[in-house]
Structures are given as C-alpha cells and as structure tokens.
Design a protein around this ligand. Structure first.
Ligand code: UFG
Length: 337
C-alpha cells in the first residue's frame, strides 16, 4: 500500500514510517520539519511541506498515487496548548481539515489518525476503555477530540474509512539505537532522564510526589514506538471505506515516574540526580490504557512495551547520539555540505 504519513519526520510518525517500509509498504513523509528531523526519514522519502498548505498536500497526494493517509502531523505539548491555543486550533483542527479536503479532492478514502489519551476526562476509571468519557481537560486534548469528530463526519458523508488511534505515552527508540527522540525543547520524562545522564541537565525535576499512587509519583502507560508501528500496520491493512474504529494504544500497565527513574538507573549503572517539585498543571495522577479491543480485533501484540526494554532502547539512542540527530555522521555531512 502507498501511504502518506503527515508528520512522518516526527518521533512517532518516523518510527511508524520506518516500520511500514520494513513490513512491505510504500510510505512517504510529508513534514514541515518544525518539530521533525529529516535524518529520521530514509533517503528519498521526505517531502517538506506544511499541512496548512492544502494546495501542496493535494498535489502530493495526486502525484504519489496515495492509497491511504496516516495523519501524525500535530502540535502536541499540553503546557504549550494552554498558553497558545491559537496554534493548537490552527494546526490540529484546521490542519486536519486540510488533510481531509485533500483526500476528498484526490479520491483517497482511508485515514488513520494519531489521537491521544488526552482526549479522555480525568475522572474515568482505569484502565481506560475506548468508551470512557471524552471530556478533555486541556486545549491539546480538545483539539485532538475536535479532529476525531471531524474525521468521523467526513467519513460518514464522503465514505471514508477511518481509525482513531489514541496513544498513551509513546516512548523508547529503535532497538538498534539508531533513531529516537530529539526535540528542541524536550519536556518528556525519558529523554529528560538521559539528558541528565549525559550532563545536558543538572537533575530531573519530578513533578509531584504526593499523588494517590503507590509511591506518590504519577503513573503512566508507556508504549514502545515499534509497537505503535505494528498497530498502525495492522489497522491500515484491515481498514475499509465505511469503517470507523477507535483503539487505545498502551501496554495496559502503568509505571510511576520513580519506577521509570529506577529502571534508567539500572541501565546506566549509577544513581541519577533528581528532586521532587510541585506538580505540573494538567497532569492527571494515573493514565492506563485498556487495549483489549485492538488485541482482540486485530491481534495486536506489543513486544517491547515493558519499561525495562523501553528505557534500555532509549539509553542506546542517547548513548550513541547524545546530541540527537546532530550527532549522526550523515547529519554532520549534510550540514557542512
Ligand atoms: N515528568 C516529570 N518530570 C519531567 C517530565 C515529566 O516528573 O521533567 C512526569 C510527568 O509529570 C508525567 C510523566 O513524567 O507524570 C510523563 O510525562 P511526559 O511529559 O513524558 O508525558 P505526559 O504523560 O505528560 O504526556 C503524554 C503524551 C502527551 C499527552 C499526555 C496526556 O506525551 O502527548 O500524555 O496527558 F498529551
């Protein structure tokens, strides 16, 4: 299948794109590189473009004879969405509308959408099922939920097939340590822990130590990017025009911030400096995915989503490339040439 991955140079988008290429599909990335890395995309597979440019999107879908879209492109920081909702509505809502309009114009009728646990309300029982109340508590969650609904409305009217994939905490790196997380302004737990190990930060600030959890720190459900890749492959291979599917993607177990830190200390072999500080606005105490639906519908079988494997793979990446993609020889060659 010929798959266009918007946001295909981003952390999750590029991991899924590489997975698709390894599993018998054709895939190209459409990415404005505002948060993505060209080095994360195999040679010849990147088209630099913005989802806010509907004309370019339409041309790309037509020229590349696209069969299906995986729509990863988004802005995805909860705190930033609180301070800059304008950006979030523009990229996540208007950008999604552009993707859908380009699909209509070019006759592409299948879309897999990167949604999030942040579309659920905080008061649902854990683990969250796909039928839990969607009452997002942040602009990020609201814009992702709006995009979900828009996709369903288009699908009904124009006979698309769609799947909403609600990620929990996407994490880890390719198992050979060659590709991983690299953002300009990192906010995520695991890369921050390894920035401390690599002496790029003084210590990890743990946001909150008095939550109602087993050690007082927040519980999250960490899911490895290769397992997300497997899920995207299974979904797109099953998706037919007229289908509407919603799946949670998580391991089904939770780890506390302290447990992730201890796993990282075990991998690096020494203590990692940290301090407990006030909670971060918008952080729920516990988020755990119920992913039984995709396991039983499509046989999804996550292989790498235990915390030890996630942290070990992330460490291989941060050890080999302490400055992210800028550490890679081909990136350095590209920049000097
Ligand atoms: N954390 C710290 N210190 C840090 C960074 C994170 O203690 O420096 C904690 C957070 O408070 C949280 C856990 O580590 O309890 C994980 O935090 P991340 O920032 O790595 O991930 P989030 O759970 O905040 O974010 C994820 C997704 C988002 C999504 C959000 C929904 O990455 O896209 O869940 O709540 F919006």
């Amino acid at each position: 299948m010929n798959i266009l991955c918007t946001g295909g140079a981003g952390y999750v988008g590029s991991a899924c794109l590489r997975w698709l290429l390894r599993h018998g599909h054709e895939a190209i990335a459409y990415d404005d590189l505002s948060a993505g890395n060209a080095e994360a995309v195999p040679d010849g597979r990147l088209i630099v473009g913005d989802i806010l440019n509907g004309g370019q999107l339409t041309d790309v879908m037509a020229q590349h004879h696209v069969d299906a879209v995986m729509h990863f492109a988004a802005v995805a920081s909860v705190p930033e969405s609180i301070s800059d909702p304008d950006l979030y509505y523009r990229v996540n809502v208007l950008g999604t509308k552009n993707v859908l309009d380009a699909m209509r114009r070019t006759g592409v009728n299948r879309i897999v959408f990167s949604s999030t646990a942040a579309t659920y309300g905080f008061d649902n029982p854990m683990p969250l099922t796909e039928d839990a109340d969607q009452l997002p508590e942040t602009p990020y969650g609201t814009t992702k939920l709006a995009a979900e609904r828009m996709i369903a409305d288009y699908a009904r009217a124009y006979d698309f097939g769609y799947a909403w994939l609600r990620y929990f905490n996407a994490s880890g790196a390719d198992l050979d340590g060659q590709f991983g997380e690299d953002r300009d302004h990192e906010t995520h737990l695991i890369p921050i822990i390894f920035q401390v190990v690599n002496a790029h930060r003084e210590k990890l600030m743990i946001y909150g130590g008095t939550f109602d959890t087993r050690d007082g720190t927040c519980v999250r459900d960490y899911v490895h990017t290769d397992d997300l890749g497997q899920a995207h492959q299974r979904v797109i291979e099953a998706l037919k025009p007229g289908d509407g599917r919603a799946y949670n993607l998580g391991s089904g177990t939770g780890a506390t911030v302290m447990e992730v830190l201890r796993a990282a200390e075990n991998v690096v072999g020494h203590p990692i400096a940290h301090e407990i500080v006030d909670p971060r606005p918008g952080d729920p105490a516990v988020l755990i995915a119920g992913s039984d639906r995709i396991r039983s519908d499509l046989g999804w079988d996550p292989q790498h989503s235990d915390v030890e494997t996630i942290v070990a793979s992330a460490w291989r990446w941060h050890q080999q490339c302490p400055d992210g993609y800028a550490s890679k020889p081909e990136a350095a060659a590209g920049k000097s040439g």
